[in-house]
Design a protein around this ligand. Structure first.
Ligand code: NI
Length: 263
């Protein structure tokens, strides 16, 4: 059994064949799908997907750093409102992205720290997007860290030193399609990361693994990622599947209560 800890299957790239995409993934042994939110425009589709596949799909709530603009406080208010309405399995995806645009760096930091605070109050994990910002985020988490704070550095592509710091913070790393890219060198880094700290993800529709690189990604392709990870770590596919699914279960064990009931 495999778990896709990070997939945006609710996006319109899947409007034509969402049911088939889920079925193909299930045929490959992928049984659980965790859906990170992006911003106020994606909530409805995400929650609809969770409704359509209640025993497979689990919604998160959060504001993605690429959607942090002038109106980010309004966006955060929407996130907070939803956290008060119903339980969510995680706050995500949140973080800092300095690859696309640095204009709102300060606002991205503020939005991240605010959402980390909500996760701590609710006792649920955070799912971190850290494109070109891993060291900055590690420092922020160090400062914010307490016994309640844990989660996943999604799409981990960092160095062995960064991996060690993430482990020291009691966090996990999400491994996706990049591990199959020849020039990335990520397979060598993951070889030395304990399996107890890794989970699998596709980030579909983005970052499809080889041999689908550049095409639309989907959760069935977790299989290629797990295969590559088993080669890199020289353990069986079964061991990868069992360990990463157990890790995902542990991370997402607790659904939050609605925010307003927590003080
Ligand atoms: Ni994502």
């Amino acid at each position: 059994m495999l778990t896709d800890t990070h997939t945006h299957l609710y996006l319109n790239q899947f409007d034509g064949d969402r049911k088939e995409v889920i079925q193909r993934a299930k045929d490959e042994g992928v049984q659980q799908f965790y859906l990170p939110n992006i911003d106020s425009t994606t909530i409805e589709g995400m929650l609809q997907m969770e409704k359509d596949f209640p025993s497979e799909c689990h919604a998160m709530m959060g504001l993605h750093p690429c959607s942090v603009k002038e109106d980010y406080q309004k966006e955060l208010a929407t996130v907070k409102e939803w956290l008060g309405k119903r339980p969510f399995c995680a706050i995500g995806e949140i973080g800092i992205d300095l690859y696309w645009d640095k204009t709102f760096f300060e606002e991205q930091k503020k939005a991240l720290v605010t959402q980390i605070g909500w996760a701590k109050e609710l006792g649920i994990p955070i799912i971190i997007h850290s494109r070109d910002s891993t060291d900055i985020i590690i420092e922020i988490i160090k400062k914010e860290k307490d016994s309640r704070l844990m989660g996943i550095f999604h799409c981990f592509t960092g160095t062995p030193e960064q991996a060690q710091k993430i482990i020291d913070l009691d966090f996990f790393m999400g491994i996706g399609g990049v591990v199959t890219f020849k020039n990335a060198g990520l397979d060598k880094t993951v070889a030395d990361i304990p399996l107890e700290r890794l989970v699998l993800e596709t980030d579909s529709p983005y970052l499809a693994p080889v041999p689908k690189r550049g095409k639309r990604n989907e959760s069935a392709y977790i299989k290629q990622i797990a295969t590559k990870l088993s080669e890199a770590k020289q353990v069986s596919f079964e061991q990868i599947a069992v360990a990463t699914t157990a890790n995902a279960k542990k991370i997402f064990a607790k659904n939050s209560l609605p925010y307003t009931t927590v003080y």
